[in-house]
Design a protein around this ligand. Structure first.
Ligand code: ADP
Ligand code: MG
Length: 375
């Protein structure tokens, strides 16, 4: 059962293609993150789901409804912005209630889903005000700011304002909550706390979140699924582990975490595959789509130094050329005799794990810990 389905969604602004031919299905109750660098089309894709933008091509479904050309207030979605977009001249309670005015009160609009005009009129009718008050109070409790209805927006901290924006978006009980870099304006400590709270809230509510960020660590922490975007396209869709351990493309391998990329020619052997570079063969996993010139990726923490490299199917003599930090974690740059440099991260457990620049030390990794990238 899905909440969102995008079929071939493309959005062009004059000569800029912001989103290109995106297919995406989001199962109900998923925390999905759109992750990618600034300008890759995250906000535009989110706006196509919400209805603030109409795709140039392709279709958008929410549940089983085709909504490609349905205006935002008639969709079962709600949006939280980085800028909060609260009204400073209205109280907290009025701001949260405005969420209902935007979309109409679910369960009360059966006569027509007539959008803002009709909803506003209904809201103004006295008999509805208690329903609204109750709903607003519930939402303020949900975001852990109970009894703040009468407070002024500018009395609240940035973190509290973001909670109010969240309450305003959730007050309509949307099927899908869309969040566009909602924690971007908060300082690091508060952002970390809010990441955990948002994830817990999503699990408690059981609704679908589509969360936009350019911060890979945030994406890895919060998401059930991550769609890595580049240049208007989804390069890979997967769990945090899949994206990290099995990046599909060079872009994904380099954007998520740190990685070593080695380029060469892919060749299958009797019992597996190798990548040849400068007369040296690196053992790699056999990969169906790989042929010719490829790159393969090895994470720095998968490379072993010294005695730990013994017996691994990739083991080479190397020289330490840099040590970046020490403490309980060591980061070293080593150079193989063909000039290939590798970054190595390791736990420093005892004195013997320290290495000096200029020291000769074997390096190694298991082929299973490398990934051949075909794009
Ligand atoms: P992101 O949210 O990932 O930073 P955006 O979706 O905001 O990316 O933008 C994707 C591309 O589309 C960018 O090149 C941006 O300049 C362009 N773009 C976005 N909105 C508009 C618009 N309304 N008019 C023209 N170009 C736009
Ligand atoms: Mg954006």
């Amino acid at each position: 059962e899905y909440d969102i389905r995008l079929e071939g969604v493309t959005k062009r602004f004059d000569d800029v293609t912001a989103v290109e031919d995106v297919d995406l299905t989001v199962e109900s109750g998923t925390f999905l993150t759109l992750l990618g660098p600034s300008g890759c089309g995250k906000t535009t894709l989110l706006r196509c789901i919400d209805g603030f933008e109409t795709p140039t091509e392709g279709e958008v479904y929410i549940k089983d409804d085709l909504v490609t050309r349905t205006p935002p207030f008639e969709r079962d979605t709600s949006m939280v912005f980085q800028s909060y977009a609260l009204f400073p001249h209205m109280t907290v309670g009025e701001n949260v209630a405005f969420g209902l005015q935007m979309k109409g009160i679910p369960g009360e609009e059966s006569d027509d889903r007539g959008g803002m005009g009709g909803s506003l009129k209904r809201l103004i009718r006295r008999e509805n005000s208690s329903v609204v008050d109750e709903r607003v109070a519930d939402m303020l409790e949900l975001v852990e700011l109970p009894d703040t209805q009468d407070r002024a927006i500018d009395e609240l901290s940035g973190g509290q304002q973001q909670r109010i924006a969240l309450a305003r978006a959730l007050v309509t009980e949307p099927t899908v909550l869309l969040l566009d870099e909602p924690l971007g304006a908060l300082d690091l400590k508060l952002r970390k706390n809010m990441q955990v709270e948002l994830k817990n809230l999503q699990e408690d509510l059981g609704i679908t979140f589509v969360y936009v960020t350019h911060d890979q660590e945030e994406a890895l922490t919060m998401s059930d699924e991550i769609a890595v975007m580049n240049d208007g396209e989804i390069e890979q869709l997967g769990t945090a582990t899949e994206i990290y351990e099995e990046p599909a493309t060079e872009f994904v391998a380099e954007f998520i975490g740190e990685t070593n990329l080695i380029r060469g020619r892919y060749r299958e052997t009797d019992d597996g595959a190798v990548v040849e570079r400068e007369g040296r063969e690196y053992v790699v996993p056999k990969t169906a789509e790989a042929r010719g010139d490829v790159a393969f990726a090895v994470r720095p923490e998968k490379v072993r130094l010294g005695a730990e490299a013994d017996g691994l199917d990739n083991r080479f003599e190397a020289t330490i050329v840099d040590e970046i930090y020490k403490g309980n974690l060591g980061k070293f740059v080593v150079e193989l005799d063909d000039g290939q440099e590798l970054t190595v991260d390791m736990q420093i457990r005892d004195q013997g794990d320290y290495h000096q620049v200029g020291e000769a030390v074997p390096v190694g990794w298991s082929a299973l810990n490398s990934v051949v990238l075909t794009e």
